[in-house]
Design a protein around this ligand. Structure first.
Ligand SMILES: [Zn+2]
Length: 122
């Protein structure tokens, strides 16, 4: 319901003129919610969350790197750092879900492939 600013009469939300005094009613501000895409965040807080560095994720990623580096170091030292890095990056990707990290993942995968090839070739 919208109230007439001139006489105070109740009018329908879509009413242009007051039914009692006939004066023009102020237009209701329609919030453009339909303009927002489903994936688009309308909350300003979301921006700060995105930019903030996730320490817990970084620490876990570092631990994954160290543990897998230790284990892989025993099995195959030449590929150990690459696979350890790949594991930690894969964890980071799954944890943060950043699309920008996909090219980095491709580079790492290529580096691993090259190192495995070199390892087999020895
Ligand atoms: Zn009125």
């Amino acid at each position: 319901m919208v109230y007439c600013p001139y006489c105070g009469e109740k009018n329908k939300d879509n009413a242009t003129f007051c039914k009692k005094c006939g004066k023009r009613l102020p237009e209701i501000e329609n919030k453009p919610t339909s303009h927002h895409l489903p994936g688009e965040s309308i909350h300003p807080m979301g921006e700060t969350v995105k930019s903030s560095f996730e320490w817990d994720v970084a620490i876990i990623a570092a631990l994954i790197f160290l543990i897998s580096y230790k284990i892989l170091g025993i099995i195959s030292p030449p590929i150990a750092p690459w696979l350890a890095a790949a594991f930690s990056i894969l964890y980071l990707l799954s944890a943060t879900k950043k699309k920008a990290s996909i090219p980095l993942l491709i580079i790492i995968t290529l580096l691993i492939a090259v190192n495995i090839k070199a390892f087999i070739g020895l």
